[in-house]
Structure formats: C-alpha cells, structure tokens
Design a protein around this ligand. Structure first.
Ligand code: PMM
Length: 316
C-alpha cells in the first residue's frame, strides 16, 4: 500500500462495511481477508490483554468478564479489529502454561465474535491459535512470526486465516540481549523478508500475510525511532504492514530527564496517537493501539486533510 493520497482518501470509507458494533453477525475469514484489501485508510486494531502483567495495561482486564466488557468498549470506540492476547510479552515476562492461556482468551474471543467483532488472537502457540479460530477469531497475530512454535505456520495455512507475522528475535526473557543491529532498518527489513519467504514456502497464502516491524521487541529506543522514521520503506516488503507502537516505553521517555523514570504506560496515548498519524501518512495498513478513541480521532484528522489536498498530491 502506497502512502495515502487525496484521491484514495476520498473513496467511500470501508468503516461502514467493517466492524459495526450493532451488527451482531459472526465474522468470517472472508470478512477478515477483505479487511486486508482496505487501502483508502489505516485500520485500527484495539488491544485487549487478558493478562496479569502486560506492561501497558497489565491486570486491568484479567478476568474474562472484564476483558469482554473492555473488548466491547474497544469495538464501540471504532476499532476495526479487536486483538485478544493471553500472554504478556513485556521484557522479562515468563510464559503462562498453554491451558492457562486458553482459559484466559477463549471466553473473550467467543464473546466478542458473538457480538460481531472481527477478532484477532495474539498468540505464539498453534494450539491457542486454532482453538481461538474455532471460537470465532479470524486473524492470527503471532509476535514470533512462526518462530516460537513450528506447528503454527502449517496450522494457520490449513485454517486459511490472515496471519500477522512480527519481526522477532527471541522470547521476552532473552530479547533484550538480542539488540545488535548494523543498520536497524535494513536488518529488520532483511529479517522480515526472509521470514516472509519461509512462511510462503511453508504454504501460507501470500494474500493473507501481514508484516510488522516489531517495535520494542529486541530493540532499544533508538532502534524504534529509526524504524518509525523509515515507515514508508516497509512497503518494499510487498505486504500490508501493521505497526504496534502503542504505549511502548520509548514513547514514555519523551520529555523526561536522563535518569527520570518514563511516563506511566497509561499516560502515553498522545504520543501513541502521533505514531498512528505517522503510520497513516505513510499508508500503513493498520495500527495496534490500546486507546482506540484517541487514535480514531487522530486518524480522522489525516483523512479530512487528505480529502482537501490537491488531486495529484498527498500532504507531503
Ligand atoms: N506488541 C505487543 C503485543 N502484541 N502484536 C503485534 N503484531 N505488534 C506489536 O507490536 C505487539 C503485538 C506488546 O504490547 P502490549 O503488551 O501492550 O500488548
């Protein structure tokens, strides 16, 4: 998807045909695949972490009822996709047993799908992905890009659902020791390209693959900033791109003195909205955010401006 232009932005919005909280209809994989084709605006994926310890919102929606209520709120705020996860990927986090991950996510996926939400399951485990698809999820979001579980790619390929593969070098307990890059933009693009080739070689359908540069995963602040500054380059990978900058620590360090702790995660939404605007200006497919309303409103500014830009131009 190329950077958004005025002519593209003036075509009818896909929002009317995507997630509509009042349309209580189970979404299908065909609906999910059609979302992959949206190119006139940047989609918004709202996060529902059913975990005791996610760095951005840990513990707030740990019980399934609270998580489901939060998911409905995310949907009502305008999310196109609701991303449900039961494993924290905060640096240093230990993995929950698979039965515990299933216990956390399945009722939430089932409940949101029954309300007509397009649900993605944020997991590195094939077993969880398949159970979630069975429960109504129509996207699989795997931060390991298939590296954590050899069963994942064959399972997703057989299920025929869109797959989001993120740039990943290792689990949360070890990723902070895997931050050596010569040129982070070139290295991440090269590693993502080789992951893409491996995934397609393993049978994943080309039109169902989304790629993600993995901000905050095996990356220091300067790496995240360099990637943010180079977003349009990611189009060279030839797939829709998802960006997950929301509430990450590098944003919380802005305006803080050396040695001062970063701003708390829940206070990083203005900075997150700025990254969403950058993603939209670069023509990215989707942003994954915790505070959906702020990003939806920020993206409406981009759309309104683009609708008033000269026919042949973008906002530059
Ligand atoms: N970040 C987190 C979790 N899942 N998925 C994708 N595709 N991209 C991301 O950047 C990403 C993700 C960690 O953030 P959280 O703990 O706030 O959910």
């Amino acid at each position: 998807m190329a950077p958004v232009t005025a002519s593209a932005a003036s075509t009818p919005s896909a929002r009317s045909t995507s997630s509509n909280p009042s349309a209580v209809r189970q979404r299908t994989t065909a609906d999910a695949a059609s979302l992959l084709g949206v190119s006139d605006r940047t989609l918004v994926m709202g996060v529902v972490n059913v975990t005791p310890d996610s760095f951005s919102d840990g513990g707030q929606w740990f019980e399934p009822e609270a998580a489901l209520a939060h998911g409905l709120q995310v949907l009502g705020a305008g999310a196109d996709i609701v991303d449900v996860g039961g494993e924290s990927t905060r640096p240093g986090a230990e993995r929950p047993p698979v039965v515990e991950e299933l216990r956390r996510v399945l009722p939430v996926v089932r409940g949101l799908a029954a309300q007509g939400a397009v649900v993605s399951i944020d997991t590195m485990r094939a077993e969880v992905a398949l159970a979630a698809v069975e429960a109504g999820a129509t996207f699989v979001n795997d931060v390991s890009g298939g590296l954590a579980d050899p069963e994942m790619v064959p399972a997703v390929a057989a299920a025929g659902v869109p797959y989001i593969a993120m740039h990943w070098r290792g689990h949360s307990t070890e990723m902070q020791s895997m931050t050596a890059y010569d040129d982070v933009v070139e290295d991440v693009c090269r590693e993502l390209a080789s992951r893409r080739d491996a995934l397609l070689g393993a049978g994943l359908a080309e039109h169902l693959l989304v790629l993600d540069p993995g901000l905050g995963f095996a990356k220091h602040a300067e790496h995240n900033w360099a990637l943010l500054a180079a977003l349009p380059v990611l189009h060279d990978l030839g797939h829709p791109i998802l960006l997950g900058a929301s509430r990450k620590t590098f944003l919380g360090r802005l305006g803080r003195a050396e040695g001062e702790p970063p701003r708390p995660a829940a206070e990083r939404d203005p900075e997150t909205a700025a990254t969403s605007v950058m993603a939209a200006m670069a023509g990215l497919w989707c942003v994954r955010v915790h505070d959906v309303e702020t990003t939806v409103r920020a993206l409406s500014v981009v759309r309104a401006a683009l609708e008033h830009a000269p026919d042949d131009g973008d906002l530059g």
